[in-house]
Design a binder for this molecule. Sequence first.
Ligand SMILES: C[S@@+](CC[C@H](N)C(=O)[O-])C[C@H]1O[C@@H](n2cnc3c(N)ncnc32)[C@H](O)[C@@H]1O
Length: 318
Amino acid sequence: MNPKKDSDNLSSQSVEREARVSGQALWQWRLTAREQAIAANVPVDEVDWLLQDLAGLERQSLRLETFKARETIQLARSLPTLTVLWQQRLQERVPVQYLTGVAPWRQFLLNVSPAVLIPRPETECLIDLAIEAVRPTPLLTHGHWVDLGTGSGAIALGLALAFPDATIHAIDRSAAALAIAQSNAQQFNLVDRIQFYEGSWLQPLDHLKGQLSGIVANPPYIPSAMVPALQPEVARHEPHLALDGGADGLDCIRHLVATAPVYLQSGGVLLVEMMAGQAIAVADLLQQQGSYRQIQIYPDLAGIDRFALAYRRPHLSP
Ligand SMILES: C[S@@+](CC[C@H](N)C(=O)[O-])C[C@H]1O[C@@H](n2cnc3c(N)ncnc32)[C@H](O)[C@@H]1O
C-alpha cells in the first residue's frame, strides 16, 4: 500500500466512527461481495483490492481468511462506505483502480484518477524494449528520453529507473493528468529526474531538436467509432483524450512518425505502442517516412503485435 493512501486512510478513519467490525461480519461482507462480483462478471479479486487499498487489510490475512477469527477489526473505511463504493463498481462499472486511487505497474503502485488512463500491463513491455533497443549503443542510455502522452507518468518513471543517467521529459495535453504524473514522480523520489510539460506531443521540446536519445509513446489509438463500444469501464470512465485516435485510430501515431525525426539524434530510438491489427499500417508509415531504419514490430505478452520500434537514420550534413 502506498504511504499517501495510508495517510488518507488514517484521516478517513477518524471521520468514520463505525469502522470497527467483527471478523465474522467482515467475512460475511466479503463473501457477499464475491458472489456479487461473479454475478456481475467482475473479477472476484477486486473485492480484496478494495479491502486492502481502502480498508487497510493485509493481503495474506485476506487470502488465508485469518481475519475471520478476530473479535474486532479496525477498518480504515466502514462497511457501509465500502458497500457504496462496491456498488459503484458493480452498477456504474467504475474501474476498481479509480475507486482505490491506485494501480500497480511494474515495481510501482501508481496514483490514478479518472483524469488518467489506468496503466495497462502490456505497456510495461515498452520499458524492456527500450532497454533492449539501446544495448548495442550504450551511449543512448544517456541524454534525453521522452514519454509522449505521459498520463499517470508510468512510462516516464519506468524510463527514469531504466536509464539512471538520462533526463526524462514527460509531456501531456491534459493538465490534470500531469498533476497525477507529478504526484507519482514525487512519491518515488524521481521529480529531479523528470521534467513535465503541458503541450501537444513534441511541441514543448523545440529546444531539443536533433538531440533526443529516445521517444517512447503509448498514444491514443482507438478508432473514434469504436470508443463508445469499448467495455463500459473504459468507454464510460477513462478519458477519451487518452483513447480516441481519430477515424482510423492512427492520427496520433501518424503525427509522431512524421515529427519524431526532427527531434531524434542520429541513431535515436522511436518506440510506439499500438492497437491489435495496426502493425502493418504503422510499419508502412515508418517505412514511407524515409528517416527510419531497422523498423521492427514486437508482440505483447499475449502474442499480439503491439509495439513498433525504429531508429533515426543519420541526419544528413547541410
Ligand atoms: C493511451 S494514454 C497513455 C497514458 C500513459 N502513457 C500510459 O501508457 O498509461 C494517451 C495519453 O496521451 C495524452 N494525449 C492525447 N493527445 C495528446 C497530445 N496532442 N499531446 C500530448 N498528449 C496527448 C492523453 O492525455 C493521455 O494521457
